[in-house]
Design a protein around this ligand. Structure first.
Ligand SMILES: Nc1ncnc2c1ncn2[C@@H]1O[C@H](COP(=O)(O)OP(=O)(O)O)[C@@H](O)[C@H]1O
Ligand SMILES: [Mg+2]
Length: 288
């Protein structure tokens, strides 16, 4: 793809995106379009640039080169109303980033009231609806510390949904969970996908990617190496690097000496302080 313009019907258009930290080039000429209602799973070894790519979509990272368009807005245009566009993008992190000192309900209503200007009654109604969607309505009065990791992540998803996003970004949403809690979060995400939510999901859950993704993108070394339908990329990968990665992930016990790939990461999360519901960039603890 040589054009630097957005694709007319894509909700996310990434064009020739490059990102360097110092002189380390982490993303290299990434081109990617994601369409309304599509579920795109991004897979790849630790350090391949998946998180950075996701964070460039809502400009939590400032791209070094190239363009990112979201819902027709050029995120990389200095004039863009960045907060306005970000409001339309839900983001769910590996660490759940709930406010520990606020109840589940308050975690869901605070940004609705302060950012969207909803009344208390309306924000509670929206919150309850979304807590029901993730099976957590019975915990509206609980505090995050009283919940399991899986429950906290479902609340975090409900919080995101309460802002009525046009699309959702997930960065390894189940990587911090005990194995027995992964399924409940994936089930919620699967429901969301079948409701038609546009989703970009960084994940190591190959079974989920295979079942739920419309498209799988394999990244390595800052490049998109291969992409296509899951049956193709996961079931019949064409590139050697994709094959080697999948072999590692799908057969974790057959680790070979000198294998270049790190184990599927519980990568240390950057920006994992309690992220303000008002601005995903800030950590200004909101007290209430
Ligand atoms: N803020 C940062 N400063 C310096 N290097 C970074 C920063 N964020 C990420 N990196 C580096 O960029 C590369 C890609 O990281 P990341 O996007 O987190 O990969 P992934 O999510 O695929 O594991 C890694 O080598 C990582 O160390
Ligand atoms: Mg990552």
């Amino acid at each position: 793809m040589t054009t630097t313009e957005q694709s007319a019907d894509a909700i996310i258009s990434i064009r020739q995106l490059g990102k360097s930290f110092g002189h380390v080039e982490v993303l290299k000429s990434i081109d990617l379009d994601i369409y309304l209602g599509e579920v795109v799973c991004v897979i790849g070894p630790s350090g391949s640039g998946k998180t950075t790519l996701l964070r460039c979509v809502n400009l939590l990272e400032q791209p070094t080169s190239g363009k990112v368009f979201v819902a027709g807005n050029e995120m990389t245009d200095p004039e863009v109303d960045i907060d306005g566009v970000r409001r339309r993008i839900g983001m769910v992190f590996q660490q759940f980033n709930l406010f520990p000192h606020l109840s589940v309900m308050r975690n869901l209503t605070i940004a609705q009231q302060r950012v969207l200007g909803r009344s208390k009654a309306e924000s509670i109604e929206v919150a309850l609806h979304n807590l029901e969607r993730v099976g957590m309505a019975h915990k509206e009065g609980a505090y995050p510390g009283q919940l399991s990791g899986g429950q906290q992540q479902r609340v975090a998803i409900a919080r995101s949904l309460s802002m009525n996003p046009d699309l959702m970004l997930f960065d390894e949403p189940t990587s911090a969970l005990d194995p027995e809690l992964v399924g409940e979060v994936l089930a919620v995400m699967k429901d969301l996908a079948s409701d038609g939510m546009t989703m970009m999901v960084v994940t190591h859950e190959m079974a989920f990617a295979r079942e739920v993704a419309d498209r799988v993108v394999f990244m390595d070394g800052g490049y998109i190496v291969e992409q296509g339908p899951p049956d193709q990329v996961i079931g019949d990968p064409q590139e050697e690097r994709t094959k080697a990665f999948l072999d590692r992930v799908l057969n974790p016990n057959s680790v070979k000496e000198g294998d270049e790939f790190a184990a599927p990461p519980a990568a240390p999360e950057r920006g994992s302080l309690p992220v303000s519901a008002l601005d995903p960039n800030s950590t200004n603890g909101i007290s209430d």
